[in-house]
Every structure is written in C-alpha cells, then in structure tokens.
Design a protein around this ligand. Structure first.
Ligand SMILES: [Zn+2]
Ligand SMILES: [Zn+2]
Length: 120
C-alpha cells in the first residue's frame, strides 16, 4: 500500500469534532465529523443524498431527527478502511483510506476545500 494511503495514527477528537489521521508519509489530515457524516459512503446515505439532489421526495428531508455528528467509535476494516460508529447507532459507513486521503481538507491537498468523498 502506498505511504499516502496508509495511516500511522487515527484519533478521534470529540471536543474539536475532528477525525485526525496521520499518514505513513507524515502528512496529517483533519476531517470534521460533520463533513464525514454528510459524506457517509454507505448505500443508505448515498441513496438519501441522491434523492435529495433529484428532489424526488422533498418531504423526506424533513422527517426524523438530523443525523448525529457525534462519534461513538471507530474501528479498522482490514487494512484499507475505517468504520465509523455514530452516536445514533448508524455504523454502516466504511471510509476507505484512499478516498479519505484524496479528500484531505488541508489547503495543500485541496486548496478550494475537500471534494465529495468518492464512492468506492
Ligand atoms: Zn451512512
Ligand atoms: Zn492534506
């Protein structure tokens, strides 16, 4: 695996609302939890975002509580991804390291802000 997509350290800073990743090439990325939740790559969230974009069912956007942006836990999936568990029980989002690194929000990687997380 390339150094850029191999994490050396993953920490969740609940107070700052950030997921911090230090990569094997010593680059550090800080992902706002709110952004991660908004870009959750699981099938359910992808479908919800698609429906929102297509505006097929606007009422749906107003049902239910807002998704949690508080993290309950994180676990490694093999050696290629991290699974985030949110405090509302949502835990199907698996964030691949390659996609995360491509979306590093630092100005060096993405001067005009992080692109949407790529679907694997
Ligand atoms: Zn999801
Ligand atoms: Zn960066």
């Amino acid at each position: 695996m390339a150094l850029q997509t191999r994490p050396k350290e993953i920490t969740v800073d609940r107070n700052a609302g950030l997921l911090r990743m230090t990569w094997a090439d010593d680059h550090a990325s800080e992902y706002p939890l709110r952004w991660l939740r908004a870009n959750c790559p699981c099938a359910t969230c992808r479908e919800e975002r698609r429906a929102a974009v297509m505006n097929t069912d606007p009422l749906r956007l107003h049902t239910g509580p807002a998704p949690s942006t508080t993290i309950a836990g994180a676990e490694l999936v093999g050696n290629y991804a991290v699974r985030l568990r949110w405090s509302d029980g949502h835990d199907t989002g698996i964030f691949a390291f390659g996609a995360l690194r491509a979306c590093c929000p630092c100005p060096r990687c993405n001067p005009s802000g992080p692109p949407p997380l790529l679907d694997e």
